[in-house]
Design a protein around this ligand. Structure first.
Ligand SMILES: Cc1ncc(COP(=O)(O)O)c(C=O)c1O
Length: 390
């Protein structure tokens, strides 16, 4: 086996690492020399905090084409955003359609709501390429489900769903679309209005390159009438009133904000703006193409799914014949310093659909703008060495 090189982090679908340097500087500056709460202080420093958080909201609104920063809600992570949307939107008796590609942050709230308030949940079929079967969806839409909740890009296969076409189909049944964009935002251009979705949830700490503890829920105009407040508390506004304010974003943001996280997120999105989302998409597509082409040359590799690079993000799953995924992952880490993620990736139904559930899932490689073609060469060489040694 080769000597381990430097640490090579390829688990960006879990959380991105490294972060751009300005992210650390901004969070650090907040913690050391700003320090006051968001929306609760009229001092000079308090205004600086407010300006930064407002600017961060505007950056998210512009990046995702939301139409107004007021409809950008800051949360703790992708899971928190999805819980806010699902618990705030879903009512007893609702019918919800979803996919087998969902993360547990969708599957578990839906399962909970099924049991607690009596909703019904149906799963739409997918085709061989891991994309929603549009003719099956059409059939399911005849029952006029209230909500379609789907992931934009699978965190197991990287496959992107044809969201624009799906949105076109839901128009007649007036089904609301909640998009889990955890693996697409920050990796490719995402526009709420172009995609035609109603609500979008994403973390701030994956593709957006911000700190852990940040997340976003964004929605089109009018959705605030349909999404209830699910947590209540102080907002620093209308404090003499007993009810949670209806104004945005206060309706969904009780309690103190993660100010160091939001300072970091603001700097992270500025970094993405400077780099250009098209550059990031192109770079990550090239890395994906390079890895997939190389894997095809290693006979012991079993890809989880083959699909065209333009239909996926930089997330690739595979197994090595005769090795369980945990051992494959450990060998890459111990001998080559390559950090991947083995297992079910919190998406058990995705692995069921791929036929990889029984063997404990797959090993997943996932990229960020900081990965390089040299790193992919090294990864392929390392995989080939493991393959020839077992
Ligand atoms: C598709 C998808 N949805 C939701 C989540 C949950 O995001 P978070 O880890 O920020 O809670 C993840 C995280 O891996 C994900 O991959």
């Amino acid at each position: 086996m080769m000597e381990p090189k430097k640490r090579l982090y390829l688990d960006n679908a879990a959380t991105s690492f490294p972060k751009p340097e300005p992210v650390h500087l901004a969070s650090d500056r907040y913690s050391r020399s700003v320090g006051c709460a968001v929306g609760r202080s009229a001092t000079g420093k308090g205004q600086e905090v407010q300006r930064t958080v407002d600017r961060c909201r505007l950056r998210v609104s512009n990046l995702l084409d939301i139409g107004s920063p007021d409809r950008v809600v800051f949360t703790l992570n992708g899971t928190d955003s999805l819980n806010l949307a699902l618990h705030g939107l879903v009512k007893p008796g609702d019918h919800v359609v979803t996919t087998h590609w969902e993360h547990n942050s969708v599957l578990r709230p839906l399962n909970f709501l099924e049991k607690q308030i009596g909703i019904s949940v149906q799963f739409v079929n997918s085709d061989e390429a891991g994309r929603v079967d549009l003719s099956h969806l059409k059939t399911l839409l005849q029952q006029r489900p209230r909500i379609l909740c789907l992931t934009h890009a699978s965190n197991v296969t990287g496959v992107l769903q044809p969201v624009e076409q799906i949105a076109e189909l839901t128009r007649e049944s007036q089904t609301l679309i909640l998009l889990d964009a955890a693996q697409s935002v920050g990796h490719l251009p995402v526009s709420l209005s172009k995609l035609g979705v109603d609500i979008l949830a994403c973390p701030g700490h994956k593709g957006l390159l911000g700190p852990l503890g940040t997340g976003v829920l964004a929605f089109r105009e009018g959705m605030e009438e349909l999404i209830d407040s699910v947590r209540q508390g102080g907002t620093g506004t209308t404090s003499n009133e007993a009810e949670q304010p209806d104004s945005l974003p206060e309706k969904y943001e009780p309690g103190n904000h993660n100010a160091p996280g939001l300072f970091g997120l603001d700097a992270a999105i500025e970094w993405i703006e400077d780099k250009g989302i098209d550059w990031i998409r192109n770079h990550e597509q090239n890395l994906t193409e390079q890895l997939c082409a190389g894997l095809r040359g290693i006979p012991q590799i079993e890809p989880a799914l083959e699909t065209e690079t333009q239909n996926r993000v930089g997330v690739v799953s595979c197994n090595l014949k005769s090795l369980d995924p945990q051992t494959f992952c450990s060998l890459l880490d111990e001998h080559f310093g390559i950090e991947t993620r083995a297992g079910l990736h919190c998406a058990p139904k995705a692995h069921q659909a791929l036929g990889t559930l029984e063997r404990g899932g797959t090993v997943r490689f996932s990229f960020s703008p900081f990965n390089t073609t040299e790193e992919i060469d090294y990864t392929l060489e390392s995989i080939a060495q493991v393959a020839s040694a077992v």
